[in-house]
Design a protein around this ligand. Structure first.
Ligand code: CA
Length: 343
């Protein structure tokens, strides 16, 4: 009788203990988005509930191991791009994810995958417009050269890509849809303002188009300028996709090229000349010879400025001082943009 009682109590204890072991009901990660420079690591923390779950074991995976790998929650950035890290509970198969944006270098803290990688351009004073390295190529709207001072700013290392546009806007207006790292094109100046509004709402930052002066200062290499005719070189083919090195219509490779596939300029900025011509924020106007501080263009007018030339244009139009004016409703498969952010 006594033994039977002990056995019954032991059985009860086993039953009670077993019934306390619950399956996981949720898993969460301490981060849902993160940005990492190549080679850097980040350890994600997974929380499995309830606290007394019988089995809290989890497994980790990356959907793009070429971009980021994960082992026991430790994420290592491998190459530029975006990867989704997923944690899965061993029991019940619950999941949580974190989107990792991998950048080439450290810079501002990015919180949205559509945010471009930025390069700091230290402020300074330069001669804007037709200066000596342009020889006799200048048109009248590049004259007179005049002294301009700009504050420090960040500028996107690359033209905004089709993937960045699609991630934020949910569409891809581009004519040349050949891959995620091709620049977005076929966007009007007004379309770009919508992209910027949405990006600023999502990030609580103040991205905008570069002023024409910021664009030219950055194209010239800022305070590291070596005085090149094109952005980063006197040999255009080293730094730019333009008419003479872009395959003809009907051939493979006609149109835009992936961003960042030519050499960068003195500041590490790519494709300032060629690939897509780039919208600037300013209204278009004639230059004056007066020295200016942080100019933002004329107060009145109709057209907006485009800079840098494109894959379809000759070397003459892919010089750092060449200017074009377009209606803000104009678009074409040679025109895109990059963004600026103040520190
Ligand atoms: Ca360009």
């Amino acid at each position: 009788m006594k033994l039977k009682t002990i056995a019954a109590i032991m059985l009860l204890v086993v039953v009670v203990t077993t019934s306390c072991k619950k399956p996981p009901t949720s898993v969460t990660l301490d981060k849902t988005t993160a940005t990492l420079a190549i080679g850097k690591t980040l350890t994600l923390k997974a929380t499995v509930l309830p606290a007394n779950a019988a089995n809290k074991n989890v497994t980790w995976s990356s959907d793009k191991s070429e971009v980021a790998v994960v082992e026991n929650g430790k994420v290592t950035a491998k190459s530029r791009g975006t990867a989704t890290i997923t944690v899965t509970t061993e029991e019940a198969n619950l999941t949580a994810t974190c989107v990792i944006t991998v950048t080439e270098t450290d810079g501002p803290v990015y919180s949205h995958p559509a945010e471009p990688e930025m390069i700091l351009v230290q402020g300074g004073t330069f001669m804007m417009g037709c200066t000596g390295e342009q020889g006799s190529s200048c048109l009248t709207n590049e004259e007179p050269a005049h002294s301009v001072t700009v504050e420090s700013f960040y500028i996107a290392k690359f033209e905004i890509t089709q993937w960045q546009w699609d991630t934020l806007m949910g569409n891809n207006p581009s004519d040349f849809q050949k891959g995620r790292n091709y620049p977005v094109e076929n966007v009007t100046w007004n379309d770009v303002q919508q992209f910027i509004s949405r990006l600023n709402a999502a990030t609580n930052k103040r991205y905008r188009l570069p002023t024409e002066a910021e664009w030219e200062y950055a194209a010239r290499g800022g305070n590291r300028s070596q005085g090149f005719r094109y952005s980063g070189s006197n040999t255009i083919g080293d730094v730019a996709w333009y008419r003479d090195n872009t395959p003809s219509q009907g051939q493979d490779g006609y149109g835009t090229q992936p961003v960042g596939t030519k050499s960068p300029n003195e500041l590490g900025i790519y494709d300032m000349n060629g690939n897509v011509i780039e919208w600037c924020g300013d209204l278009y106007g004639e230059y004056s010879g007066d020295a200016q501080q942080n100019p933002t263009g004329p107060l009145t007018g109709t057209d907006r400025v485009q800079r840098g030339g494109s894959w379809g244009q000759p070397a003459q139009s892919c010089r750092i001082t060449w200017r074009l004016n377009k209606y803000p409703t104009a678009k074409g498969n040679n025109a895109g943009f990059r963004l600026v952010l103040l520190p």
